[in-house]
Design a protein around this ligand. Structure first.
Ligand code: ADP
Ligand code: MG
Length: 621
């Protein structure tokens, strides 16, 4: 018989592989974001048009690729992340299969621009349906930009199977969250159809969660933490009251988002008695274990993982979450055995390691109106069952009203713990009492008493608000006075930045900075605002303003003034004086309340928290 077996041409093989790796636009987003992270980027932009059907672009400031690599990366099994077979058992990168770009290039039009920082010139590669259309040197910024256009243009069946834009976009955003949550130290900007949707500055995990899911989560998050030889667990869980039908549930192992039903169960089980059936807790948990005990290579998208000892992780995770739930509500009388027993330094062969059991009361819930649990609770010794609130809080009210099926009811007056912040139209000179009792905690939180309320202000957020208003005012109305320097500083920028700075000369002058061009990459700063900083700061400040401005303008045509003011305010907020005298406190409060938006910083964070008498009383009942 004649031989009939043939090797598939690469293009066909790639299209088949693409079916596994690229199921929908969100898969492309995931692969490109992960590549950017593997490339060591500290800033990543995601640009999406028409739910990714027209364009998905990821721009990073990572290490870039050489001329040849820029071409090679589209070959199947082309990867820089594995050198020898053994590496497969110590995976520390997101990618390693070397098939994402090959797959994507097989089913889309791809434009790659890349440049390593050390190289003069960058590289452009255009590729359509796996066919190289162009491979040429170009000028490019450091890092890599990959634009994926017309996804599935040559696989009509796939294209037709895509869901509505709304659904596809939800998947895309979900992928972004999964990556951004665990890489909170990387800044992300996300643009959809020309509009900036999310701006995530580099931050800690809690801040990142709140930046993505909203400020309302902030009060509801509680840390989980375990530091053990066998694994580290960090992250946050949300209070039981936050449980919903569909909750934010994010589990990461070694910085990779994973779906693992047993581990999910470990968390849910810890909440078991605390939340109603059918509701699920929100959690954001990062587990770190020895990479050789985990196999991430079980599915092309690497979301499923195999764990060598999932029961061990189950136990640790479950008790860590229980512990956090138990300590959640300021319960100093609970006597925790705080450390995990030192059972193992090296896990001995054949010995089962049992995670410790806590004697806390996981069913303790301060929001229980009538505690039903019969567990022995440390509170019972004190004749209580947790905080019992006689006066319902807004939270209880909502539930209560729901039970009664009442549509709309006004909350009782004392629940509205707001100060009248209406900006007065004519004279907004704020009447302040002679003496304002105050103190500053941790150099950051100002506690003061005003109108019979105890308030606390987050000084950096307050400063950001005040500075922002000042800069907007300077750019629009009253410029800040520049002070001539005896020894003008010279700052060095890229040629493009220099041009931009020159075109923004007027604006900088209004902010108190007099700039003068020296040559194509140098500016002299002849004058600075009165209160100016030392050298180095000016360079960074101007550079940052320019970068923010660029990102704002190029992709999202942002408002110029607010963009510049925001960038300035964010940089200067922490350099302000901490008020120390009555006069300084008053000046600060006055300035804050002069704002149209005194309770929020321009980045959307709270500036103030008010403890009403009611709220305080509840704490002690
Ligand atoms: P993998 O990530 O599994 O290695 P990919 O097909 O996703 O495979 O990428 C192939 C190679 O291309 C990577 O190993 C890396 O060397 C290079 N590469 C891809 N994206 C980037 C990027 N954003 N910056 C730098 N190099 C990249
Ligand atoms: Mg990859």
């Amino acid at each position: 018989m004649e031989d009939i077996i043939r090797l598939l041409p690469d293009a066909v093989a790639n299209q088949i592989a693409a079916g596994e790796v690229v199921q929908r636009p969100a898969s492309v987003v995931k692969e490109l974001l992960e590549n950017a992270i593997d490339a060591g980027a500290t800033n990543i932009q995601l640009v999406v048009k028409d739910a990714g059907k027209t364009l998905i672009q990821v721009i990073d400031n990572g290490k870039g690729m050489s001329f040849n690599d820029a071409r090679l990366c589209f070959e199947r099994h082309a990867t820089s992340k594995l050198r020898k077979a053994d590496d497969l058992f110590h995976i520390c990168t997101k990618g390693f299969r070397g098939e994402a770009l090959a797959s994507i290039a097989a089913i889309a039009h791809v434009e790659l621009k890349t440049k390593p920082a050390a190289d003069e010139m960058g590289t452009l590669v255009l590729i359509e349906g796996a066919e190289i259309k162009e491979h040429a040197p170009i000028t490019a910024s450091d890092g890599t930009s990959i634009a994926v256009k017309n996804l599935f243009f040559n696989v009509p069946a796939r294209r037709n199977f895509l869901k509505s834009d709304k659904v596809e976009l939800t998947h895309i955003e979900e992928e972004l969250y999964r990556v951004a949550l665990i890489h909170h130290d990387i800044a992300f900007q996300y643009y959809n159809n020309g509009r900036m949707v999310l701006m995530l500055p580099a931050s800690n995990m809690r801040q990142r969660i709140v930046n993505i899911f909203g400020q309302h989560l902030n009060d509801k998050l509680f840390p989980v933490e375990l530091d053990h030889e066998l694994m580290r667990i960090t992250g946050f869980i949300a209070k039981p009251e936050n449980a919903k039908k569909k909750s934010e549930q994010y589990m990461f192992i070694n910085q990779r988002y994973v779906r693992h039903s047993l581990l999910n169960f470990a968390v849910e089980k810890a909440y078991a008695d605390l939340i109603p059936q059918g509701s699920h807790p929100s959690y954001f948990i990062a587990i770190e274990i020895d990479p050789s005990t985990i196999d991430v290579n079980v599915s092309p998208t690497k979301v499923e993982v195999k764990l060598q000892d999932d029961r061990l992780i189950f136990g640790f995770l479950n008790s860590t979450v229980k512990k956090s739930l138990g300590t959640m509500s300021l319960t100093p009388m609970i006597d925790f055995d705080d450390s995990f027993p030192d059972i193992v330094t090296q896990k001995p062969e054949g010995v089962e390691v049992k995670p410790p059991v806590y004697s806390s009361n996981p069913s303790y819930n301060p929001f229980d109106k009538v505690p039903e649990k019969k567990h022995s609770s440390p509170f019972q010794q004190f004749g209580g069952g947790g905080f019992r609130r006689e006066t319902p809080t807004s939270n209880d009210w909502e539930n209560f009203l729901k039970e009664l099926n009442v549509e709309k009811v006004e909350y009782p007056k004392e629940e509205q713990q707001t100060v009248d912040f209406q900006p007065e139209t004519e004279h907004n000179e704020l009447e302040l009492p002679e003496i304002i009792p105050f103190f500053v905690f941790q150099n950051r939180y100002l506690f003061f008493e005003l109108n019979g309320q105890v308030m606390t202000a987050d000084l950096p957020n307050v400063q950001e608000r005040i500075l922002y208003d000042t800069y907007v005012n300077a750019l629009k109305n009253t410029p800040i006075h520049p002070q001539q320097s005896l020894f003008p500083q010279t700052i060095t920028l890229t040629a493009a930045q220099t041009d931009l700075a020159v075109s923004l000369k007027e604006d900088f002058l209004r902010l108190g900075y007099e700039l003068e061009q020296m040559d194509s990459t140098h500016l002299a700063v002849n004058a600075t605002p009165n209160d100016e900083e030392e050298e180095g700061d000016v360079q960074a400040l101007i550079e940052n303003v320019l970068t923010t401005y660029q990102t704002n303008q190029v992709i999202h045509k942002g408002d110029k003034i607010s963009g510049i003011a925001q960038s300035m305010a964010r940089q200067k907020r922490s350099k302000q004086r901490v008020p120390a005298t009555q006069e300084e406190v008053k000046a600060l409060i006055r300035k804050l309340f002069e704002s149209d938006m005194p309770t929020l910083s321009p980045s959307g964070k709270s500036t103030l928290h008010i403890f009403g008498a009611e709220e305080l009383r509840h704490y002690f009942e």
